[in-house]
Design a protein. Structure first.
Length: 136
């Protein structure tokens, strides 16, 4: 099931889902993998992050790579703080990929509103619900 890629430009879709799968390996229920030990989880998640970033670079957008790097960093920070409310960060980053939205705000309501304005209310709501079902 695709989660956040429907919010992105088509050229970014595979990269977004690859990076998201890496995130799920680290923090949720992956769709494609079932790593059995902590070391494999870390290595596989990091590999998927890196592979997705390479795909973004191949799509020709340094700004998109920077945005996804910021997204990965912000989500790790939220998790370290004990928060699992990273859905708005994902939605806005992907819907506005390459536009530096996380440099402008970290307010969840603003991020969701920006994502909905860019990608549509229904698409963002579906992505956020699917995300809630996959993370722990």
């Amino acid at each position: 099931m695709l989660v956040f890629s429907p919010l992105a430009e088509d050229r970014f879709a595979l990269a977004v889902e690859t990076i998201y799968e890496g995130y799920l390996v680290h923090y949720g229920r992956p769709r494609l993998f079932a790593p059995s030990d902590h070391d494999t989880i870390l290595l596989l998640g990091d590999y998927l992050y890196a592979h997705g970033l390479v795909r973004l670079a191949t799509a020709g957008s340094v700004e998109a790579v920077a945005d996804m790097g910021e997204l990965i960093s912000r989500c790790a920070q939220l998790r370290a703080e004990g928060s699992s409310e990273e859905g708005p960060v994902w939605a806005a980053s992907v819907a506005l990929l390459g536009q530096g939205v996380l440099k402008e705000t970290d307010d969840s309501e603003t991020l969701v509103a920006r994502a909905k304005a860019a990608a549509g209310v229904d698409s963002v709501d579906r992505a956020l619900e699917a995300h809630r079902q996959r993370v722990r």
